[in-house]
Design a protein around this ligand. Structure first.
Ligand SMILES: *Cc1c(COP(=O)(O)O)cnc(C)c1O
Length: 380
């Protein structure tokens, strides 16, 4: 069976975990947390980063930092993972769902402005498959309407956006805040883990406090205050050193992991390109402003029936392919809270998108076999 995903282990993870255990500092914010946070700040220029136990947690921290209150509206794509919405819903926000682009499952940037009301507080673009949303457009809208932008960069590590300035900027460094995931299905992983990136100075102090259960413990450890106490709301958002040590082993191998994933992506693309054009299947689209970080490879099938039939035929040949997401605006939890606008592109991706096996250790022969089965499959 070729699995859909197989988390890559570099081999150094247990070594660093052993080291963390041996030094006796296992709770959060120790040596490995600092190594990881320093790496993110140096490599991608985020002003401040905080490791979290998941991307969901990082998004929850964003909702707290933005003081989201009942009645506030938050605009995001409906075609995304539940966490994007759940983090804001928990603060009582009304989620205003936006459609996807025709050429790509990411948010339709041109549909955002029409959704803004007096109550809108934030826009949450999701860089689906690590492909950048048009951040110049989104930041311009946010700026003109006085809104915050939180990048859901769960899938977007080491991907870049080049806007009108001509500067190539890392995803997650453009919005006021951004959240990354290190879940085992992502490029760099530690089982469960995440990162909050803070690009707006105003949030730095409070983020540290919210991260440490509402206390000013981080300041205390730096010797900036002589005792620490309860100063704000918060939770225990920081991971243990065991998680951070695992993640550090992955970060050391980032270049190699990224290089290989992009090779796999390119292999899929070239093997499927001419067939897809003829058979009317949609291939991933990379806008000129975005780089590719090799996060996933997907196909847009012409219909739900053709997708069901393709997944079934791949399965008969021991290949596991999956679909996602189910439109959030139609979900059991949210459908009756929504104004029932149609989001046709989102629904098309929900019905027709299929993700192909994608993991670091895939070998050429397997990718070749998968592509050959796809190219020769018959719609039943
Ligand atoms: C994976 C993912 C998340 C959630 O990440 P966790 O680390 O599992 O909490 C959120 N948003 C998107 C777009 C994702 O792909």
């Amino acid at each position: 069976m070729i699995p859909f995903n197989k988390p890559y282990i570099t081999g150094k993870e247990v070594h660093y975990i052993y080291d963390a255990v041996a030094t006796g500092k296992i709770s959060g914010n120790g040596k490995y947390t600092k190594l990881c946070q320093g790496y993110f700040q140096n490599r991608w220029g985020f002003k401040k980063t905080l490791l979290t136990t998941s991307c969901t947690d990082a998004l929850e921290m964003c909702a707290l930092l933005l003081d989201i209150k009942p009645g506030d509206e938050v605009i995001m794509p409906s075609y995304t993972f539940v966490s994007t919405a759940v983090a804001f819903i928990r603060q009582g926000a009304k989620i205003v769902f936006c459609d996807s682009r025709i050429d790509h499952p990411g948010i339709d940037e041109d549909a955002i402005e029409g959704l803004i009301t007096k109550k809108t507080k934030a826009i949450v673009p999701v860089h689906y498959a690590g492909v950048a949303c048009d951040m110049d457009k989104i930041m311009d809208i946010a700026c003109r309407h006085g809104l915050f932008v939180v990048e859901d960069a769960a899938q977007a590590i080491d991907s870049y956006y080049t806007g009108i300035s001509g500067l190539k900027r890392p995803l997650g460094s453009i919005g006021h805040l951004a959240a990354f995931s290190f879940h085992e299905t992502k490029n760099i992983q530690c089982g469960e883990g995440g990162l909050l990136a803070i690009n707006d100075d105003r949030f730095i102090n409070r983020a540290e406090i919210i991260w440490e259960k509402g206390t000013n413990r981080a300041e205390f450890f730096r010797g900036e205050v002589n005792k620490y106490g309860w100063v704000d709301i918060g939770s225990s958002f920081l991971p243990s050193e065991i998680t951070a040590a695992f993640l550090w082993a992955q970060l050391e191998e980032l270049e190699g992991i990224q290089k290989r994933r992009i090779e796999i992506w390119n292999y899929y693309y070239s093997a499927l390109q001419s067939w897809a054009n003829e058979a009317n299947f949609q291939l991933p689209y990379l806008p000129g402003f975005s780089t590719n970080n090799g996060h996933m490879f997907f196909l847009g099938c012409p219909s739900i029936e053709s997708r069901t039939s393709l997944i079934k035929q791949l399965k008969e040949n021991n290949i596991s392919s999956v679909f996602h997401y189910l439109s959030l605006h139609k979900s059991p939890y949210y459908h009756d809270k929504h104004d029932n606008r149609d989001l046709p592109q989102c629904e098309r991706y929900s019905d027709c998108l299929v993700r192909l096996p994608f993991f670091f250790e895939m070998i050429e022969k397997d990718i070749h076999n998968i592509c050959s089965l796809i190219v020769h499959h018959k719609e039943k």
